[in-house]
Design a protein around this ligand. Structure first.
Ligand code: HEC
Ligand code: HEC
Length: 246
């Protein structure tokens, strides 16, 4: 059962601001992916200095350590549905990504990166801002979204370059995003199966150009050597993989 109301218009922030939790800043932790990649990115977008990809600190760590309550997350997610749609399916035209079935770690990284300004999203920020949602809310939303089914009605590409896309995906992407596009929760690698083609293509271009500021530096290196047509083919291919594969 879903309590959320699907809305056709972008919503306004109505939620009561939560007090900001000032927990101690933890600089390092034993979390699996903490030691993953620490190559400096082109731009330093953290307020406190050098940018390290996926640094395990601050409220990201708080949200990852909290036990998410999916029932509470479902209620909190009502403020997000105007854009991300009911059941978090996003829009096939790629304007809003699907969040259903994404890994909790990935969702928490992306939400806290937007809050901290590491990933710019001016439209969404008023809804996900620190004054609107707390680290516990973030954990709750992630717990709710990760369990939602991701049906096979996501947007696809033109279907004209699928053999090329398959080759590129196997050579350059599957090592991180998985053969079935299932991603890797422990490493914060997003699930791609079930995601909308147009959204993925836009993100790949933004990751390549650096517009998406929080990107994994190894992925940036990989996509830098690919043309627009390569990215298009890979996005189309992966958008057609069976959805919901874990
Ligand atoms: C005004 C529209 C809007 C609202 C409201 C909104 N979002 Fe978003 N969200 C977006 C857009 C647009 C993107 C994709 C940004 C891009 O293209 O880089 C996005 C991206 C995301 C992502 C990253 C997905 C990924 O695959 O990397 C997450 C997670 C997310 N939103 C969660 C939320 C949550 C939780 C809420 C409610 C608290 C919310 N959003 C409210 C527009 C919105
Ligand atoms: C080294 C591991 C790695 C490789 C190789 C890699 N990616 Fe990624 N990819 C990531 C990570 C991590 C993210 C999430 C961005 C972030 O926060 O760092 C991502 C994000 C994405 C996104 C955006 C997903 C979303 O939900 O917003 C798409 C689409 C994508 N990758 C496609 C590809 C494709 C196609 C290839 C091959 C051409 C590729 N990636 C290669 C690690 C990788």
């Amino acid at each position: 059962m879903t309590r959320g109301r699907p809305r056709n218009e972008e919503p306004t922030v109505t939620r009561r601001p939560s007090p900001c939790l000032l927990l101690p800043l933890l600089l390092a932790c034993a979390f699996g992916a903490a030691a993953q990649t620490a190559a400096p990115a082109a731009a330093a977008s953290d307020a406190d200095g050098a940018y390290v990809w996926n640094a395990m600190q601050g409220e990201k760590l708080q949200a990852l350590s909290a036990t998410g309550d999916a029932a509470r997350g479902e209620i909190t997610f009502e403020i997000c549905q105007g854009c991300h749609r009911a059941h978090a399916l996003g829009r096939p035209d790629g304007s809003y990504p699907r969040l259903a079935g994404q890994h909790g770690t990935v969702l928490i990284k992306q939400m806290t990166d937007v809050r901290a300004g590491r990933r710019r999203n001016d439209k969404m920020l008023p809804f996900i801002d620190k004054h609107v949602t707390s680290p516990q809310d973030i954990a709750d939303i992630a717990a709710y979204l990760t369990k939602l089914p991701s049906p096979a009605n996501n947007g696809h590409g033109p279907g004209t370059e699928l053999a090329r896309g398959e080759k590129i995906y196997a050579a350059d992407c599957a090592s991180c995003h998985g053969k079935a596009g299932e991603g890797d929760a422990a490493r914060f690698y997003p699930r791609l199966n079930g995601q909308h083609y147009k959204y993925m293509l836009r993100e790949m271009i933004d990751i390549r150009s650096g517009v998406r500021g929080n990107s994994n530096p190894q992925m940036v290196e990989v996509v830098k050597k690919l043309s627009d047509a390569d990215l298009d083919a890979a996005a189309d291919y992966v958008s057609r993989l069976p959805t919901g594969q874990r």
